[in-house]
Design a binder for this molecule. Structure first.
Ligand code: CP
Ligand code: NVA
Length: 317
């Protein structure tokens, strides 16, 4: 999506596929620095940035779907960088009564400095970005979840060092988070093996995009094969927000559960990650998600640190 309506150096953050490898790396390294600086400055868990680099910036956070992590981490991020957030539920806005996304985009652009959108449809996100004159951030759509996967990469590197050349395994639904992982595998030059049932594979055009961009991304229907030698195993709920036919999905996805047996196929020190919320006993067992290889709480907290870096990047800071 074009950035032509934005005053340089402002930028949208819509999808990892729109970033260059250098830009993606810059955001990760900035997040590491922001996290360290804030704690070393003695600000403890507050993670307040001493220089308030986004002082007086306003962020509208628009949610067409529920959220815990994204909402709290973005609201705290902009606050800790010196700015302010306004949380808007889609159904409480005129958007929920039929005001168009494009009109909403132009109105919000007159009030705030950036818009974060969690949208039912990716098309709405693109429409918001097309018509907004301030940066727009993808906070999850039915297609992708780039903020989440940037936090995942940060978490992996904190625990295991550079992700380049490492083997990441995805087992389960080829959903929005899986799509952003495909994008990330290309940007960060890691191997990604996705084990998904034929009914719930990631979109073909995303897999083709990865191949055309030199990605080491493969798709299989065999989770045990996919997990062999993995440095990290990742999964997500089998029933994403907006999905129907829960019983059918659970039956089809059952063989892709991340349990102790699957984790044992990976490297001995393989990590386990999950964007949360988890449906324990479905896509992952308690033994794995609460086990020593799971880094889910760090992964969740890193949403805070990566959102700060994404916000700074959008403002060219
Ligand atoms: N992982 C994630 O985006 O969580 P929320 O839906 O709680 O924001
Ligand atoms: N795939 C999930 C992710 C939730 C953070 C969903 O879209 O509901």
């Amino acid at each position: 999506m074009s950035n032509f309506k934005l005053k340089k150096p402002y930028r949208h953050f819509l999808d990892l596929a729109a970033l260059s490898p250098d830009e993606a790396r810059e955001i990760i390294e900035k997040a590491k620095a922001l996290k360290t600086t804030a704690t070393e400055d003695g600000h403890g868990k507050g993670f307040i940035h001493p220089d308030r680099p986004l002082a007086d910036k306003g962020l509208a956070m628009v949610f067409e779907k529920p959220s815990t992590r994204t909402r709290v981490s973005f609201e705290m991020s902009i606050h800790q960088l010196g700015g302010t957030a306004i949380v808007l539920q889609g159904n409480d806005m005129q958007l929920g009564r039929g005001e168009t996304v494009s009109d909403t985009a132009q109105v919000l652009s007159g009030f705030v400095d950036a818009v974060m959108l969690r949208a039912d449809s990716h098309e709405s996100l693109l429409e918001m970005a097309e018509h907004a004159t301030v940066p727009v951030i993808n906070a999850l759509t039915d297609f992708s979840h780039p903020c989440q996967v940037m936090a995942d990469v940060l978490t992996f590197e904190e625990h295991r060092g550079p992700i380049k050349g490492k083997k990441i395994t995805w087992s389960g639904d080829g959903n929005n988070v899986a799509v952003s992982w495909i994008h990330a595998a290309v940007l960060f030059d890691c191997e990604l093996v996705l084990a998904c049932p034929k009914e719930f594979c990631p979109p073909t055009q995303v897999l083709e995009w990865a191949t055309n961009n030199g990605g080491k991304v493969t798709l299989t229907h065999d989770p045990d094969e996919a997990a062999k030698g993995a440095d990290c195993i990742i999964t997500d709920t089998w029933i994403s927000m907006g999905d129907s036919d829960a019983d059918e999905r659970i039956a089809i996805l059952a063989p892709y559960q991340v349990n102790k047996k699957l984790l044992d196929s990976a490297k001995d020190d393989s990590l386990f990650m999950h964007c949360l919320p988890a449906h324990r006993g479905e896509e992952v067992t308690d033994e794995v998600i609460d086990g020593p290889q799971s880094v889910i709480w760090d992964e969740a907290e890193n949403r805070l640190h990566i959102q700060k870096s994404i916000l700074m990047w959008c403002f060219g800071k």
